[in-house]
Design a protein around this ligand. Structure first.
Ligand code: NDP
Length: 255
């Protein structure tokens, strides 16, 4: 008997939301490097096409679907195209997200709706439509939450609420869909340099405040998120269900 399980994603098809840049792009390309074919979703076609070109250079297939994840008709159209092209979806990575860092007393109703719809509501729609298609043959769902979903940070109350909700949604979906052999997990990143965070991280005072509470004394590198995501998506992660894996340099272990 061999004890080392497989980490490959060969013959798997993965849908990544927000795949055009930042963490989503790294996850999509990294999963292609692990052997998967990719369905790439976001609003900016040029970003998706450049990620698709990189994936095709690796020798994997990439489908590009432009979609505003806050619009249900866009989300349903993605799944309609998946069905029409008879693509069997194995893995969903719910990654698209954004933040508006207003203080609680300044949050407008419009900001509330934009952050909630982008980070939380869209993730449920993608999970629901993926779950419908995975329930006969199993699958994996991985949601990119955040350290902000478990620790109170000055990142904005609405963003934090969406990320906490995603962590709980992960547990409830894992409970409901375990019998369908669908594993549902989340990843909680601390700081990684992407278009979302690069302005913050280029402010020396902000960066030193972050590093002061980071036991590893550095921000994360994107391949260090790809590794845990591939693990959760592969045979190696087969008995992990309903968990949030914090990829945080040790940030959340502190009292
Ligand atoms: P980026 O801003 O770099 O990328 C966000 C991606 O999401 C883009 O591809 C964007 O594409 C897409 N997106 C945003 N809004 C929508 C929308 N309405 N419809 C479709 N796609 C959308 O962010 P990151 O890569 O940094 O963040 C990715 C995820 O990781 C987010 O959920 C974020 O909260 C989380 N995270 C990030 C951390 C970090 O340090 N970077 C730390 C903790 C969590 P487009 O605009 O073209 O639609």
């Amino acid at each position: 008997m061999r004890y080392l399980p497989s980490f490959t994603l060969e013959s798997r098809t993965v849908l990544v939301t927000g795949a055009g840049r930042g963490i989503g792009r790294a996850l999509a390309i990294g999963m292609a490097e692990a052997g998967a074919d990719l369905i790439l979703v976001s609003r900016t076609k040029a970003d998706l096409e450049s990620a698709a070109a990189e994936i095709e250079r690796i020798g994997r297939r990439a489908w590009v679907f432009t979609c505003d994840v806050t619009k249900k008709e866009d989300v349903m159209s993605v799944f309609q195209q998946i069905d029409e092209q008879a693509i069997a979806l194995d893995i969903l990575v719910n990654n698209a997200g954004m933040n508006i860092r207003s203080k609680a007393l300044e949050v407008t109703d419009e900001e509330w709706s934009t952050i909630m719809n982008t980070n939380l509501r869209s993730s449920f729609w993608f999970a629901q439509e993926s779950g419908r298609r995975m329930k006969e043959r199993g699958g994996r769902i991985i949601t990119i939450a955040s350290v902000a979903g478990t620790v109170a940070l000055r990142t904005g109350v609405v963003y934090a609420a969406t990320k906490a909700a995603l962590i709980q949604m992960t547990k409830n979906l894992a409970l409901e869909w375990g019998t369908h052999n669908i594993n549902v997990n989340a990843i909680g990143p601390w700081y990684f340099k992407t278009p979302l965070t690069e302005n913050l991280l280029s402010d020396d005072d902000y960066l030193s405040d972050i590093l002061a509470v980071t036991p590893l004394k550095r921000v994360g590198e994107l391949p260090e998120l790809v590794g845990p995501a591939v693990f959760l998506a592969s045979e190696a992660g087969g008995y992990i269900n309903g968990q949030t894996l914090f990829v945080d340099g040790g940030m959340t272990i502190q009292g």
